[in-house]
Design a protein around this ligand. Structure first.
Ligand code: 5RP
Length: 236
């Protein structure tokens, strides 16, 4: 038996599984949602990296992918998957992405990897959002994970003050610049009782590009991997 802090989990069959194995399992499951001969939206992060690797097995049966970050685009191209420009596409049937936290209403905190703005754009154009997580990301109330907020550099001080007025403690993500040339403030201490209202409130602060609450457009499907197996939850 491991110490409680170790990254292994005991599976139903008694084998220990690592968090990476859970991410790989949930990624393989998500490939089943890819639509043949269509474009797929692809998020960003370590779980999505496993998804891209799994998607490569059906690369000849999809039209290509719309990417939410430069990192994801590079990995897609590395597998020979065409990366398409969102401006050339009317609608994406399915978007697959990870999350830092997801609640029971399918609202999420995202942006741990700093790709939140492009992720939100691709999600907005997609008919179905498939969120892939291991069970450690499931929460009752969002907010234990510091909320990422993408900010225009010259507005950094103003936005930080406004976020503090909302009860948060913003901290600049040191040495990080987004794909859009902006900064990230990671905000801890927020009380996220009403994720939709807070998402709108923060987006209304001048200088905010977007924030990592994905509540107005939450997930439609959440696939969760745990040591007990894979569970697919669908929004009622
Ligand atoms: C990147 C994201 C990611 O989906 C989120 O941070 C989860 O990443 P990981 O799968 O590495 O835990 O929002 O901006």
């Amino acid at each position: 038996m491991c110490a409680p802090t170790c990254r292994h989990r005991e599976s139903a069959s008694g084998f220990r599984v690592t968090q990476d194995e859970l991410k790989a399992a949930v990624a393989r499951e998500a490939v089943k949602h890819a639509v043949e001969d269509a474009v797929i939206g692809v998020g960003t992060g370590s779980t999505v990296n496993f998804f891209i690797d799994a998607l490569a097995s059906m690369k000849d049966r999809i039209r290509g992918a719309v990417s939410s970050s430069e990192r994801t685009a590079e990995r897609l191209r590395g597998h020979g998957i065409a990366v398409l420009d969102l401006s050339d596409i009317d609608e994406i049937p399915v978007y697959v992405d990870g999350a830092d936290e997801v609640d029971g209403g399918f609202a999420m905190i995202k942006g741990g990897g700093g790709a939140l703005t492009r992720e939100k754009i691709v999600a907005a154009v997609s008919r179905k959002f498939v969120c892939i997580v291991d069970a450690s990301k499931q929460v009752q109330i969002l907010g234990r994970f510091a909320l990422p907020v993408e900010v225009i550099p010259m507005a950094r001080r103003h936005v930080a003050k406004e976020l503090a007025r909302l009860g948060g403690s913003p901290k600049l993500r040191e040495g990080f610049v987004t794909d859009n040339g902006n900064l990230i403030l990671d905000v801890s201490g927020l009380s996220i009782i009403d994720p939709v209202a807070l998402e709108e409130r923060i987006n209304n602060i001048v200088g905010v590009v977007t924030n990592g609450l994905f509540a107005r457009r939450g997930a439609d499907v959440v696939i969760v991997a745990s040591a007990a197996g894979i569970r697919t939850l669908t929004r009622p």
